[in-house]
Write a protein that binds this ligand. Structure first.
Ligand SMILES: *Cc1c(COP(=O)(O)O)cnc(C)c1O
Length: 402
């Protein structure tokens, strides 16, 4: 589960080279080990491996060489000591909470976190006595004011889904550490190709590998990057007893996805910026949310924090006179698509569009939805690799025929 030491190699090199050692066959592409158990060299060795005194694989729920390859590669890209992977992004967040929190503890998150994260932390964990406060994403003073003596974790996501609000990771890390708490950052949207939260003071990086790490919309995966100590002492025991293990095949897919992450993020972000500029000038569009636009409220922070890049996701609101018309118009744009996909996912090479208010944020109460800034006229676009002219033409079909 740990990252070996590397020569000072560039991240592009680590993205294609970091993995567990080749097998005796010398395969050039990383091997896919499909096995649930491991034959032990002897009873004494098995005992040592199970007790953790000796390295070695013991059982598929606890570890697998293909899974380790993915973990080592992602840790290298994030600049983390260690990484532990899970079956999905949400199970990574569950593992983090189970590993760090107990009844009576307090967590601070932003209002505009991923919908299922709000549900998990705000409702499901509350049943077990974990309290939470949700604050405005970009207001560092509000995060600070929400600190309580029992605050153990600050959990941010930047940029957020779907509004692309950007928070200052370093400022939140300072607030957390002053209070003796940890800062976790969900790095799903920017990925380590654009943003490395641990270099800005974050203690834990959360990933949905389902998104850009896979990059082609094939498998579910999740991961936590953190210190060796957090991974081995706080998270691994939860994996062993909770069993939210990443399947080896899925690990192999995201492992290979990491090889092209950087060039995909660059190419998809370029298209997203061009689309954001086009939408901003479109007469049927009321507002565009994209950190790469100078009109974005945290544009400058985003540019310094995200390698001068806005990322591949943007959202926009159609012009309308009321909520009912807004919803109808947003649905009309989505139902008019001929090339792009109406699909509640992101991080694919195919451009995916969604109506957050009725899908990803549909389980929230109207009040929670309003706090998250998710309106009925809002459409999220996760820009893929199609030609920009074809992306614009497909959106224009609906935008010009209300
Ligand atoms: C999708 C997503 C998750 C959850 O990941 P799954 O792999 O779907 O479980 C968490 N955070 C963000 C920002 C996401 O977009």
């Amino acid at each position: 589960m740990t990252t070996p030491l590397f020569e000072p190699l560039h991240r592009d090199t680590l993205a294609v080279r970091t993995a567990v050692a080749r097998s005796q066959y010398g395969e050039n592409s990383e091997a896919l080990f499909l096995t649930s158990g491991y034959v032990q060299p002897g009873a004494e060795a098995a005992a040592r491996r199970f007790s953790g005194e000796e390295d070695g694989y013991t059982y598929g729920r606890y570890g697998n060489p293909t899974v380790s390859s993915f973990e080592q590669r992602l840790a290298a890209l994030e600049g983390a000591q260690a990484c532990i992977s899970t079956a999905s992004g949400m199970s990574a967040i569950l593992m983090m909470c189970l590993g760090l929190l107990q009844a009576g503890d307090h967590v601070i998150c932003s209002h505009s976190m991923f919908g299922s994260t709000i549900k998990l932390i705000g409702s499901d964990l509350a049943k077990f006595g974990v309290n939470s406060t949700f604050v405005p994403q970009t207001d560092a003073a509000a995060w600070k004011a929400a600190i309580q003596p029992n605050t153990k974790l600050l959990f941010a996501e930047t940029p957020t889904n779907p509004l692309t609000d950007v928070c200052d990771i370093r400022a939140l890390a300072d607030i957390a550490h002053e209070a003796g708490a940890l800062l976790a950052v969900d790095n799903c949207f920017a990925t380590p190709a654009l943003q490395r939260p641990m270099t800005l003071g974050a203690d834990i990086v959360v990933h949905s590998g389902t998104k850009y790490l896979d990059g082609q919309g094939r498998v579910m995966a999740g991961a936590l990057c953190a210190s060796e100590e957090l991974v081995s002492e706080s998270f691994l025991p939860i994996l062993k007893s909770g069993g939210m293990t990443l399947a080896p095949f899925n690990a192999w897919v995201v492992l290979k996805g990491l090889e092209t992450l950087s060039i995909r993020m660059q190419a998809q972000s370029e298209r997203a910026l061009a689309l954001a500029q086009w939408l901003q000038a479109h007469p049927a569009v009321a507002k565009v949310f994209y950190p790469g636009l100078a009109s974005h409220p945290q544009h400058e922070l985003a540019m310094t924090q995200q390698s001068n890049c806005g990322g591949a996701v943007l959202s926009f609101e159609v012009k309308s006179s009321d909520d009912e018309q807004a919803r109808q118009r947003a649905f009309h744009v989505l139902d008019s698509l001929a090339t792009l996909s109406l699909c509640t996912n992101l991080g694919d090479t195919k451009t995916l569009l969604a109506h957050p208010a009725s899908t990803s944020h549909g389980r929230l109460t109207p009040a929670q939805r309003q706090l998250a800034g998710v309106s009925q006229g809002m459409i999220r676009v996760a820009v893929g690799l199609e030609n920009i002219n074809d992306i614009q033409a497909d959106l224009d079909r609906g935008l010009t025929s209300f």
